[in-house]
Design a protein around this ligand. Structure first.
Ligand SMILES: *Cc1c(COP(=O)(O)O)cnc(C)c1O
Length: 393
């Protein structure tokens, strides 16, 4: 069976060059980077070279990069780290209602522990209004965290404007750039951002490795204590092989972002065009223009996104849905609800996210299969309706 992977917002395959760069550090070069002997020094050098490459992807200085176990830890470190370091200056945090759970649940945890959290709304396209950020700031605000690009619908937030408003007031601004890194050009020197999270496995690097950019001069408390690695901000023996792979992934992305972005956008647009003309009632989620080039989230009210997912999976096509259908209830994505989608529309949501390895043939196969699957499910759902029973299609 043909297989077409269209879930690159969830994770990506490892680039062959990344694997090649990692292998020596899983075999012979096993030294602990904290050791003073030659094997230790070799590991240390490899880490510092990778740090330079990660920094180069986002225009940072190498000294501003702290390696973490991924995007989740980077977000936790940014938010908990600032909350702990600044708790004497204030207890108010601002975020948005469409953040990844690694941000939202961290904020909710802090809310249970003496902090006040303002969760800003978004418009129908999933955009946070910078004016809302401005209005929400108080003299107790210590941190604002708004993501760069959303993982479910691909909407790109106006973080330059938000960052200016926040940092002008001397307040720390964090952005979760896990979805944009490696896909959009990023330069922290030109952005008003103090903290920025990235994760390797979203752009052809290994899973379980990421980084937090911490602007020079921003003080942050650790959340892990121990051997004082990463200048004491993130203790624990470094994941050397993954860090090396992360560095290579950043170097590849740095070269590829401008070229591949256009290629993927064209494929995405052709997929969007094909299915939206063939399926009546289909709507596109996210901002029409300010959107990740590889992301396509669509809704078909009346059909279950999860059923489409399963039927496409049976044809070798991997996508994701905006809700999970359990036996008694349907869990709706917090992002789609915040954007004002009705329950029925949110349930009928499917996300297709493309990657650098996808070909026009694959996209053609995926589009044709999508249309077939939806037509079949629509017919089934009409039969069910006419029989007066309602099932989970
Ligand atoms: C995937 C993702 C994360 C989590 O990153 P991990 O490395 O998987 O922990 C955080 N934020 C966004 C926007 C993501 O897409």
């Amino acid at each position: 069976m043909k297989t077409v992977y269209l879930d690159h917002c969830a994770t990506t395959p490892l680039h062959p060059d990344v694997l090649k760069a990692m292998l020596p550090f899983l075999r012979d070069s096993f030294g602990n980077p904290s050791s003073i002997h030659a094997p230790g020094r070799k590991a240390k050098e490899a880490i510092e070279e990778a740090r330079g490459r990660v920094a180069a992807l986002i225009g940072a200085n190498a000294s501003e990069i702290v390696f973490t176990s991924g995007g989740t830890e980077a977000n936790n470190l940014a938010i908990q780290g600032i909350a702990r370091a600044r708790k004497d200056c204030g207890n108010h945090i601002i975020t948005s209602s469409i953040e990844h759970h690694a941000v939202l649940k961290t904020c909710q945890y802090l809310e249970r522990n003496g902090f006040t959290v303002t969760c800003l709304p978004v418009d129908h396209h999933g955009i946070v209004n910078p004016e809302d950020v401005k209005k929400a700031l108080t003299d107790k605000t210590i941190l604002v965290s708004v993501m760069h690009a959303n993982n479910e619908v691909g909407t790109i937030e106006p973080i330059d404007e938000i960052g200016r408003i926040v940092t002008e007031r001397g307040i720390t601004f964090h952005t979760d750039a896990v979805q944009s890194a490696g896909k959009l050009p990023l330069n922290v020197k030109e952005m008003s951002v103090d903290l920025l999270s990235i994760s390797a496995h979203k752009f052809y690097g290994p899973k379980g490795i990421g980084a937090l950019y911490i602007r020079e001069g921003i003080r942050i408390d650790p959340i892990l204590y121990g051997g004082e690695q990463e200048k004491g901000v993130r203790s624990g023996t470094e994941n050397v092989a993954s860090i090396v792979g992360f560095g290579t992934a950043c170097e590849l992305a740095n070269k590829a972002v401008p070229v591949l972005g256009d290629k993927i956008r064209k494929l995405r647009d052709s997929l969007q065009e094909r299915i939206s003309t063939a399926v009546p009632g289909l709507t596109i989620n996210g901002h029409p223009v300010s959107r990740l080039p590889n992301c396509l989230s669509v809704s078909i009210p009346g059909i279950m996104g999860e059923t489409i997912l399963r039927d496409l999976d049976a044809r070798g096509i991997a996508v994701s849905s905006g809700s999970a259908c359990t036996s008694h209830s349907v869990e709706i994505s917090h992002v789609l609800s915040a954007m004002g989608l009705t329950k029925e529309t949110a349930q009928g949501t499917v996300r297709m996210s493309l990657g650098i390895m996808n070909t026009p043939d694959e996209i053609e196969y995926a589009a044709a299969s999508f249309v077939e699957v939806v037509e079949k499910l629509k017919t089934l759902s009409e039969i069910e309706n006419s029989l007066g029973s309602r099932r989970c299609y």
